[in-house]
Design a protein around this ligand. Structure first.
Ligand code: N9Y
Ligand code: NI
Length: 187
């Protein structure tokens, strides 16, 4: 089981490395890793389990955060509608690739954090509002997915980890809370 002790923190060079593409067929170990990553996210969002395991709630996780420099990410985004039990997006993506992105930009009104960053970093993290992403699932099937708003932001944050990019790299150093006109703010 993955816990916070498995997650490396800023300063570890793996977070700044470009992760390696994964070859198919996946190894048993890579498939197990994918399952464990989703399990971690689910546990982290379950109030009881998060408490007993001391997990910080997360919606995404990238293999490099586990000190594994491979292009594997997991996202588990709960539905905003509390009536719905199915998450709005829950998947492991192997070798994800952004095929195209909107000109329209967006950011989270709250800014971003990261499970590998144990401090608050204020500032808007401006990203594409919509992306089209291709990826392989754990069965080796290829998928093409269009994502917008929050889901698009989460997947971009995770793909950044595969390229050694941290969320604060996108924050305007001189003026962290300045927002250009036309940037969609997701609340
Ligand atoms: C985990 C990050 C990924 C998200 C940050 C912004 C977009 C993707 C993460 C630190 C603490 C909060 C937590 C979070 C959350 C949100 C909604 C519902 C439930 C992956 N990471 N967080 N960042 N939690 N939980 O670093 O999930 O947003 O690379
Ligand atoms: Ni992160």
């Amino acid at each position: 089981m993955i816990t916070m002790d498995d997650i490396i923190r800023e300063g570890n060079p793996t977070l700044r490395a470009v992760a390696k593409e994964v070859a198919f067929p996946l190894t048993e170990e890579e498939i197990e890793l994918g399952h464990q990553m989703i399990e971690f996210l689910k546990n982290s969002q379950d109030p009881e389990k998060a408490k007993e395991l001391h997990l910080r709630g997360g919606v995404g996780l990238a293999a490099p955060q586990l000190d594994i420099s491979k292009r594997i990410i997991a996202v588990h985004v709960p539905s905003l509608d509390p009536e719905k039990t199915e998450p709005s997006l829950s998947t492991v993506m192997v070798n994800p690739k952004i095929l195209s992105h909107s000109v329209q930009e967006a950011c989270l009104g709250e800014g971003e954090g990261c499970l590998s960053v144990d401090r608050e970093v204020p500032g808007y993290v401006v990203r594409a509002a919509r992306i089209t992403v291709t990826y392989y699932d754990l069965a080796g099937e290829k998928h093409k997915l269009r994502l917008k708003n929050y889901e698009a932001i989460v997947v971009q944050h995770e793909i950044d980890h595969l390229n050694g990019i941290m969320f604060y790299d996108h924050i305007d150093q001189a003026n962290p809370l300045h927002l250009k006109d036309g940037v969609l703010v997701i609340e």
